[in-house]
Ligand binder design. Sequence first.
Ligand code: FAD
Length: 459
Amino acid sequence: VCAYEPNSIVSDACVSYSSLDSINAALSQQLQAVTLHTDFFSHYRLNLYNKKCPFWTDESGTCGNIACAVNTIENEEDIPLSWRAEELGKLQGPKAEHPGKKLQKERAPQKPLQGQLGEDVGESCVVEYDDECDERDYCVPEDERATSKGDYVSLTDNPERFTGYSGPSSQQVWGAIYRENCFSKPAKNQESTSMPPSFGPKNPFQAQAANDLFSVMKEGSMQQGVKDAIANGLSMQPIDQLEFDQECVEKRVFHRVVSGMHASISTHLCYDFLNQTTGEWGPNAECFKSRVLDHPERISNLYFNYALLLRAVGKINKSLKDYTFCSADPSQNARTKMLVVALSDTVKSSGEIFDESIMFQSPDAIGLKEDFKQRFRNISRVMDCVGCDKCRLWGKLQTNGYGTALKILFEFDEKNPRNNPPLRRTELVALMNTLGKVSNSLSALQYFRSQIEESSSTP
Ligand code: FAD
């Protein structure tokens, strides 16, 4: 019953908000040092433009292009060009070309072991195998079915913040993502090509269906005791009490991951918000209140994701110590390694905060796990339907980050790392940056709380 005991720490996700806040206070600077101040972790390689949305087309009458997002903002044409969604959503900074296989082979010190983290396996070696898919992956590798190898994008030049992307296009993507949580549909063992219906305005029935789905998520699925505990701000819900009506823990976890990611994206856009009347950037408490703070379950899911990601980073502690960063600059490699190992050590020393071993234990575990994996892969595919470059960048990165965390949680053996599946460079970068994003969101939550309290106590 730790949901009612704010300070209890047990070996599942039942950790109080305040415990996770304390961990975050200790960790956030280390995370920033890794994600903002190392070349390895501040650049991400992805295929941003060459993959078509596999689920719907612009011609289908739905809104999958940026012009649509522009039109949905009230009086968009009245605001200066540089503040419009189209401009805000663009990527900034130089994009380095992918080095290509030949160059990578020349750079690689020796033949790598399938891009595995491990002794004497370095960055360039891992890059070479980026496009190889492993059946244990929870995400579609960035290069799958793409003709080109993608580009490196600077994450520091393109912070996650308000872009103005909204309306039917973003609604359709979120709708499609949440529909993957409907595990009652028969499991698909292949890539879904007909996954999301159109939720655009030209399809009122499906728009209604999407809205219903959101209301069910908001209202329908929580046990009263847990609801009360969350409403009282005591702690997050223990993972082993996650039986909702007919839902098993795995399905509930799936929903929490997605909803927590959504809450973090909302937090970032509200924290770094553009007032399109004045042109000033800054935190928007009203935006945060309506999207996150007024929904205790979204906050709970944010903390849940933090616990889950921490567990993943702690679980690869030993592998990180063996990892070789092999850029041309040895002192930079040593620094990157020192920072990332120190970060993982801090996580490890925070104790047991998430016990994934209770999941996938039922008699139908194998099928359920496959289903879970397929559905998560579909979410990573739907990111190609996001009609705003910057949102797509962060959407893809974070999906990959959670996919990597799930892979580590459910496919890695901490005690016997030799048989672990390969972990690509992009996965490692995505994992650390996704943890960094949730960490920022928890800090922003504290900031907004105090702002809102302050303004309500002022007469
Ligand atoms: P939305 O956030 O679109 O939510 C739609 C519905 O989902 C809500 O009505 C609610 O019922 C439900 N919902 C909302 N939050 C949650 C939650 N946490 N858990 C469960 N249900 C929830 N915009 C930016 O400005 N910057 C970005 O970087 C950015 N990145 C994006 C990345 C992706 C992958 C997507 C799909 C969209 C992104 N957007 C971004 C757009 C942004 O997320 C919103 O869609 C947009 O601001 C419109 O918001 P909204 O008020 O219509 O609600």
